[in-house]
Structure formats: C-alpha cells, structure tokens
Design a protein around this ligand. Structure first.
Ligand SMILES: O=P(O)(O)OC[C@H]1O[C@H](OP(=O)(O)OP(=O)(O)O)[C@H](O)[C@@H]1O
Ligand SMILES: O=c1cc[nH]c(=O)[nH]1
Ligand SMILES: [Mg+2]
Length: 208
C-alpha cells in the first residue's frame, strides 16, 4: 500500500474534532479548511526553488523563490470544495479545476457529471482533493478524467482513507502519490469509512 500519512499533531488534533458527531457545519468547514492548508504545506515541501536577488532596506541578498512550477488544484465535487480555500490561500497562483463525480448509493460506483479544467492542464502539477477515499472509485475515475485530458503529474490528497480506497488508486494509477491524514479500519456495508466522519458532503453543506 503506497500512501503518505501526514500525521502532524495539529492535523491529528483537528481531525479528531472533525470526526466528532457533535461538530456542526460551521466548525466542520473551518476545520477542514485549516487541515487542508496544513496538509498542502507538507505536500509542497519539495517544490523547486530558484535563486533571486532581493533588495532589503539595508543591502541586497541572494534569496530563494518558487521556480514557477504551475500548480492546479482539482476538487472532486461536492465535498472536495471544502478543501480548496485552505490550499489556494497557501498557493494563490494555483488554478482550480472542477470534477463532478458522485457515488451511486446502490452500486457504490462513481457517476461522472462535470469537468472544467485549466486549459494548460498537461503542464501543471495537479493536486486532486477529496476528504474521503472510500472504495476509491470516485478518485480513480477523477484521475482517469484528468489523464484523458492530458494531465501527467497528479497527486491525490484526502483527509480520511479506507485501505480499500488506497489499493484501488494504487492499482489503477501507480504513478499517483496518495497523501492522507489517516487510514481508517474498513468500509461498512453501505460503503462508509469506519470510524470515518460520516458523509463529508452533507456535513460541509448541511444536507442529508
Ligand atoms: O471512494 P468512493 O467509494 O468513491 O467514495 C468517496 C466519495 O464519496 C463522497 O462523495 P459523494 O458521492 O457523497 O458525493 P458528494 O460529495 O456530492 O456528497 C466523497 O466525497 C468521495 O467523492
Ligand atoms: O465514509 C464516507 C464514504 C464515502 N463518502 C463519504 O462522504 N463518507
Ligand atoms: Mg456525499
């Protein structure tokens, strides 16, 4: 199982609050945004830098700046939307594409309904985001859609994963690095992650 678990104490603390059934919509959204920012901080750890010269009030000095690598953030609708703001606050130059996929409640198979991406998707390093990686069907389908449109460099960032979902993505897309804050125990009969956090989309948007 190829997965990077980002287990920074702040992330683990906030994830515990997110999981709590007593956490309401407002706090859930705020925490998810904060955790997404913290996870993005880790994922971008190896972004390339280049040297530049900066004039300070005292003198000039050699400094490092990002070398202009283009980033794309691709939320899987709906729940992935809850992770966008935290990331684009950290990487304001990132462009945002949207992929609409929902999981059929009966079959648990992904149903695709929307795709709008930056035109230069093939040149961007893409971070696909979705809080939940359950069977992995939705994320694998989203990555298929991106590759069919020319995307080459893709990372997947999820909050909570089931082992089944990580395996699905590893098997179908071995080139895609998977980052999560936690790997949970298993899926229940309805395909929900246990212990999980319930239905992420419903908790973000206050639906049922
Ligand atoms: O790994 P999977 O088994 O495919 O399940 C995970 C998917 O299920 C949830 O979306 P959902 O279908 O509830 O859509 P929503 O975000 O619109 O609520 C979640 O946000 C993932 O996209
Ligand atoms: O536990 C789960 C599984 C799929 N989608 C969710 O929102 N939660
Ligand atoms: Mg949902």
């Amino acid at each position: 199982m190829q997965v990077k678990i980002i287990d920074h104490p702040l992330i683990q603390h906030k994830l515990s609050l997110i999981r709590d059934v007593k956490t309401g919509t407002k706090e859930f959204r705020e925490l998810l945004e904060e955790v997404s920012m913290l996870m993005a901080f880790e994922i971008t750890r190896n972004m390339p830098l280049e040297e530049t010269v900066v004039e300070t009030p005292l003198t000039t000095c050699k400094c490092q700046v990002l070398s202009g690598k283009k980033i794309g953030v691709v939320p899987i609708l709906r729940a992935g939307l809850g992770m966008v703001n935290g990331i684009v606050k950290l990487i304001p130059a990132a462009k945002v594409g949207h992929i609409g996929v929902y999981r059929d409640h009966e079959t648990l198979k992904p149903v695709e309904y929307y795709c709008k991406l930056p035109t230069d998707v093939a040149e961007r390093e893409l971070i696909v985001i979705d809080p939940m990686l359950a069977t992995g069907g939705s994320s694998a389908a989203a990555i298929d859609m991106l590759k069919a449109r020319g995307a080459k460099q893709i990372k997947l960032m999820c909050l909570v994963a089931a082992p089944e979902g990580i395996k699905t993505v590893n098997d179908s897309h071995p080139d895609v690095e998977v980052y999560v804050a936690a790997v949970d125990s298993h899926l229940n009969e309805q395909g929900y992650i246990v212990p999980g956090l319930g239905d992420a989309g419903d908790r973000i948007f206050g639906t049922k």
